[in-house]
Design a protein around this ligand. Structure first.
Ligand code: SF4
Ligand code: SF4
Ligand code: FES
Length: 484
């Protein structure tokens, strides 16, 4: 096994003899004993309890004592990002841990209340943190250079006693999170910070009339009043295209989402073409409304409830075999939040369009042809990859298109900054994050950037324009329809 250690001061490589069950920490200890006695790294429990052995493993934060090596594996180890390196792999945590201490509930003498079961479970999860700071090293807001987000684990700590929301230094800090779920993905304790901490804090702020930000309130009011989170400009997709298309055994309900209905009708028309050409029945109900995602993510659950019930009626009238979405945010909301909001009344399977085309229609076996040779890359929307676990299907479809050279960008699943109310409430932050992605698109030399989220699409398009990167941005559905 080859272990490569990269630190700001030196780089070393060691061939470490493999033994079964060996962890990366075992390999580091072997290197210290046999190759580099002065190599500095930290560990204590060797059992994923103390959090001290956290490092970057092949660019991703994780615990060295938890990472099992494979025979013949090559692995690169670096110190955690965003923290001052003291020596080799040892970083100074104080910058973050000192922000945690004053947030301890015990620092409030008036802290006492009885917990119901739900709150007790939420707190149990939040308090299982081992302060490894993997989440801080991975948060895309911090990685983009913003100091607005104090760090996922600081938000986590603040939400432990959400009644004391005022211990969060500044209101905007709570909204400087795109709910991308990267922190939850790398957390060795599986703590769902975006849902259990960030969205909870935001909901409590709304209950007290202190949040959300002005722009979020406007979106919330508009969504309840008009059924759409964005303003209407021209005729909507639904006004022109509500109805039934295609034929086949499967009856799919097309849930358009706000942006496809009001801004990106080509994406909607593309799905209709696919239904007609690939042979499935697509029903587009006119009475569907915003899924409520922009409201739920910003703590406006009461308003989202009302939208969910209106959609329930539209779904009941069609009673489809499956609900298909072309927006990662809508899909994640229907899959993850609707069962909670609507209970057993919500009885339909929901699929992202790429999942549906691969699993139900087997479109990847049919073959597509693009009219000209193009280099294409793909951005994984957070609410599709981490929110729905869908990342293979878009790639399978892209690889089935003749004339396309598919190239993976450096970090396809790094958040673009559009979600969680950031684009509406803190647009500068959304811009900063989109520009990071634009540079990745430039690096990979793509002519086309595809994704399956209209919010990402808008944010990325603007980022590419700002950074003067000459690449078109398309929903994958549109690319497939153009390649029929
Ligand atoms: S959800 Fe994403 S943006 Fe929010 S704190 Fe976690 S890593 Fe950072
Ligand atoms: S929340 Fe998870 S990833 Fe972040 S410091 Fe705690 S245990 Fe580590
Ligand atoms: S040594 Fe304690 S978490 Fe790895």
């Amino acid at each position: 096994m080859l272990v490569r250690i990269r630190t700001p001061d030196r780089e070393l490589e060691a061939e470490v003899p493999y033994r079964e069950g060996m962890t990366l920490l075992d390999a580091l200890l072997w290197i210290k004993e046999h190759e580099a006695p002065d190599l500095e790294f930290q560990y204590s429990c060797r059992n994923a309890q103390c959090g001290t052995c956290a490092v970057l493993i092949n660019g991703r934060a994780g615990l060295a004592c938890e990472y099992r090596l494979e025979p013949g594996e090559e692995v690169t180890v670096e110190p955690l990002r965003h923290l001052p390196v003291l020596r080799d792999l040892v970083v100074d945590w104080r910058e973050v841990t000192e922000r945690l201490r004053p947030l301890s509930p015990r620092s409030n003498l008036d802290w006492f209340r009885r917990l119901d079961r739900e709150e007790s479970e939420r707190l149990h999860e939040l308090r299982s943190c081992i302060e490894c700071l993997c989440c801080v090293a991975e948060c895309p807001v911090i990685r983009a250079g913003s100091t607005r987000n104090p760090g996922p684990t600081v938000l986590r700590k603040a939400a432990e006693e959400a009644e004391k929301w005022d211990r969060v230094p500044e209101l905007e800090d709570v909204y400087a999170c795109t709910t991308c779920h990267r922190c939850a993905e790398v957390c060795p304790r599986d703590i769902d910070i975006p849902k259990k901490a960030v969205e909870t804090l935001r909901a409590r702020l709304r209950e007290r009339g202190l949040g959300p930000l002005k722009e979020h309130r406007e979106v919330g009011r508009r969504a309840v009043r008009t059924g759409r989170s964005v303003e209407k400009k021209e005729a909507s997709f639904l006004e022109e295209h509500a109805g039934e298309y295609g034929s086949g055994d499967v009856k799919a309900l097309f849930f358009t989402g706000c942006l496809v209905d009001y801004r990106l009708p080509e994406t909607g028309r593309a799905l209709i073409s696919l239904a007609e050409e690939l042979g499935f029945r697509l029903v587009v109900p006119e009475d569907q409304v915003c899924c409520g995602s922009p409201l739920l993510r910003t703590g406006q659950r009461d308003r989202a409830d009302r939208l969910a019930f209106r959609n329930l009626e539209a779904f009941q009238r069609v009673d489809p075999d499956v609900i298909v979405t072309v927006c990662a945010g809508c899909g994640a909301t229907l899959k993850n939040d609707y069962p909670e909001l609507l209970g057993e009344r919500f009885e339909w399977e929901v699929m992202d369009v790429t999942e549906f085309l691969v699993r139900e229609v087997r479109a990847h076996e049919r073959g597509f042809k693009h009219s000209e040779e193009v280099v294409v890359t793909y951005h994984d929307p957070c609410h599709l990859r981490r929110g729905q676990g869908v990342h293979r299907e878009p790639r399978r479809l892209l690889k089935a298109v003749d004339g396309i050279e598919f190239r993976e960008m450096r970090e396809p699943d790094r958040c673009c900054g559009a979600g969680g109310g950031v684009r509406a409430g803190l647009p500068e932050l959304a811009r900063l994050m989109a520009d990071v992605k634009a540079r990745m698109v430039e690096e990979v030399g793509a002519d086309l950037l595809t994704t399956v989220c209209p919010f990402c699409e808008y944010n990325l398009r603007e980022g590419l324009e700002r950074c003067e990167v000459d690449a078109e941005v398309l929903n994958l559905t549109v690319l497939l329809a153009r390649s029929l």
